[in-house]
Ligand binder design. Sequence first.
Ligand code: FE
Ligand code: FE
Length: 289
Amino acid sequence: MLLSKKGLLMKKNIILLAILLNIANLTTPNQEKLTDEFRDFEHTTSETIKEFYRLNHTCQTLDFVISQKQKYATFDRLKMSIWDAIALLDTIVDESDPDLSLSQSVHAFQTAEKLRKDGHPRWLILTGLIHDLGKVLVFFEEPQWAVVGDTFPVGCAYNNKVIFTSYFAHNPDINNPTLQTQYGIYPPNCGLENIHMSWGHDEYLYTVVKNYLPPQALYIIRYHSFYAAHKENAYDYLMNDYDTSMMQWLQLFSNYDLYSKNSEPINITELMPYYKELVTEYFPEIINW
Ligand code: FE
Ligand code: FE
């Protein structure tokens, strides 16, 4: 997708208008899934998802991750509010997700509302609302394999708990023996903050919002797609005590991220006053992306 900043803003306004016009229809179909039917990659027949992970595992090298971190450390691409970003996301289809056929904004509100109904703190409800906003990377011309999907450490051996491990055979890093020992370039238990994770919406949004949210919220945003860790308990040899103490938040959040995906219909118009106030409590009107 080739869009200038001006084109991007024009497109954004059109999207915003489309969303406003469709607010009456922003209720969700209620096809209930059993909990063990979520993230069922083994039985997925979707070639789109397989192709997505083939590309993701082939192209996410250590060098790629380091260059993406440098590229996005400038925060000079867009100035926009949290609400602009939510509107922008609605034009994105996440090719890695076997469960989500709803719009990204409905997923954002459903995740947040489920957390709110269960009486969780305001910062966690806000985390539910914004956790996927890093997917705006698609508008900066990033391919889907550099935006979505499960994340994993690069610079060390791939743990077999990462989905579709066989696709790593095509990653150039597999031919570099230093990057293929258990610890690779890292000291044992050095902590995830010292590890390069595959690049995507988690790491990007973490850098965008890191001055505004409490540490637990930032940890959830940064690692919510690291399923090998929070679902399969893999990579404990790279974690430190801080990671161990934070893992409960990732596990708790993951229940809301996944199992809210086909919950009750929501009326975003009615919810707006609450969420406007919540966003304003933590964020300035405009932030740098
Ligand atoms: Fe996500
Ligand atoms: Fe999500």
